[in-house]
Design a protein around this ligand. Structure first.
Ligand SMILES: Nc1nc2c(ncn2[C@@H]2O[C@H](COP(=O)(O)OP(=O)(O)OP(=O)(O)O)[C@@H](O)[C@H]2O)c(=O)[nH]1
Ligand SMILES: [Mg+2]
Length: 419
């Protein structure tokens, strides 16, 4: 029962490499159950040579992929297998359409062959986990086309995406176009898109961790913590949901009420970081649940403004977790849609992650996604009306009609999330 990770572009590779590194970081402390689940799920153990992750490293430039492979060559437990990497000598220039076009015209078949070889090695593949940024050209454009192609070749295998949103102040001039074009395709082809925000993670590093000038390395540490709180094995020996294992993408998809075009997921995690001042109020399970549930309230007492969920999965990890059973704050009907909801699922493990005594993360299929998507859509439409940079996309066979179609998909998805 394995997941195949696809790490695409600079951001996708750096985030996924940190995630895989942290997955095995405190190996000696893990239980037998946890170790066997990690190996089963994420690694190949060949007869000869060292174990390697079920990961394919992909970029249009060699630098980042080479560095990820080189860094991992120093790890004791595993190393990336360079046979499962794919690089070329030019980037996609932050242009979604160029990345998409390169897949179509030049490199798609070659890459699909590498992925096919990886699939052959896996006993039972049940999911893809794709790491990409929304703003660059490779992770977003090339990555989007790859997702579409994989879905055609493996329609029964589920597909989850980890999408990193750019800083809203904007380092990349085309980032709003690229974000909307990627999201509009993932809305149609993915089974669940987990959004993470560079703005939010930067704030956590600065305010929570007191890092003056956070680097991508710092930001990726925070992102990796959040992702592990979901994808790290969960023993969940409590009676309430004995079959659930949490990190299994099938479970996530079936329990989050994901329907076609309502597949945009967000994460709320507490404590935010070790020296975050909030953690002093949140050292009890009740305090943590209070913090997590408050993040659905959009700072408002008006319940009509609360984020409404199709479904939530709450991961509770740490000390005395099995003794705690008051989930009323996260079961509050105000947090859920009236028409359709799968409600709250709870997963527990007594192993504490990231040095926190206790931690609580909610993975949510809810209207929390609407604000960033609306903002990116608004800015894209404004640029498009002024024909700004459209010719860069047209050069790569991406027409004005294609733009309009993507805007419509994004608008329709937003409507699906309206309570
Ligand atoms: N969190 C995080 N964001 C990153 C990292 N590297 C780049 N980004 C973000 O990703 C976006 C740029 O995308 P990249 O991943 O660099 O682009 P790419 O996919 O390599 O595509 P091209 O370089 O255009 O071929 C910007 O929003 C950056 O802030 C990283 O290591 N961590
Ligand atoms: Mg790049």
């Amino acid at each position: 029962m394995s997941i195949l990770n696809l790490q695409i572009g600079q951001c996708g590779n750096q985030v996924a490499s940190k995630f895989m590194h942290d997955m095995t970081y405190q190996w000696d402390e893990y239980s037998e159950f946890t170790r066997s689940k990690i190996v089963d799920q994420y690694f190949q153990v060949p007869d000869k040579g060292s174990p390697f992750p079920n990961s394919v490293l992909i970029d249009m430039e060699p630098k980042v992929v080479d560095r990820c492979i080189e860094d991992s060559s120093k790890y004791e437990l595993w190393n990336y297998n360079s046979k499962f990497s794919f690089t070329k000598q030019h980037g996609s220039g932050n242009n979604w359409a160029y990345g998409y076009y390169l897949f179509d015209t030049e490199y798609g078949d070659e890459l699909l062959e590498i992925i096919r070889k990886m699939i052959e090695k896996i006993d039972y593949l049940y999911g893809f986990l794709v790491f990409q940024s929304l703003a660059g050209g490779t992770g977003s454009g090339f990555g989007t086309h790859l997702v579409e192609a994989i879905k055609i070749h493996n329609p029964k295998v589920n597909m989850m995406n980890v999408a990193i949103w750019p800083y809203s102040t904007g380092e990349v001039i085309l980032q709003n176009y690229n974000s909307i074009l990627t999201m509009s395709r993932l809305i149609q082809h993915s089974d669940g898109v987990i959004s993470l925000y560079n703005d939010e993670e930067l704030k956590l590093c600065k305010i929570g961790k007191k890092i003056k000038n956070p680097t991508y390395k710092d930001i990726n540490t925070v992102i990796s913590e959040k992702l592990l709180s979901v994808f790290f094995p969960c023993a969940n020996t409590e009676e309430k949901h004995p079959a659930l294992r949490g990190f299994d993408t099938n479970d996530i998809i079936s329990h989050l009420g994901i329907l076609p075009q309502t597949n945009m997921l967000t994460m709320n995690s507490y404590p935010l970081c070790p020296d975050d001042s909030k953690q002093f109020n949140a050292l009890t399970w009740a305090g943590l649940l209070n913090e997590v549930s408050r993040s659905f309230q959009n700072n408002s007492r008006d319940s009509s403004k609360w984020a409404k969920s199709f479904g939530n999965i709450m991961y509770m990890r740490g000390e005395e977790v099995y003794k705690y059973n008051d989930y009323s704050l996260m079961e509050d009907p105000n947090l859920y849609r009236e028409d359709i909801t799968t409600g709250l699922k709870i997963l527990k493990d007594s192993y504490s992650l990231h040095g926190h005594e206790k931690s609580c993360t909610v993975l949510s299929n809810s209207s929390q996604i609407t604000y960033p998507l609306e903002q990116a859509l608004r800015k894209s439409v404004l640029m498009f009306r002024n024909k700004a940079y459209v010719h860069h996309y047209e050069k790569c066979n991406f027409t004005e009609e294609d733009f309009k179609e993507s805007f419509t998909v994004a608008r329709d998805a937003l409507l699906n999330y309206k309570p």
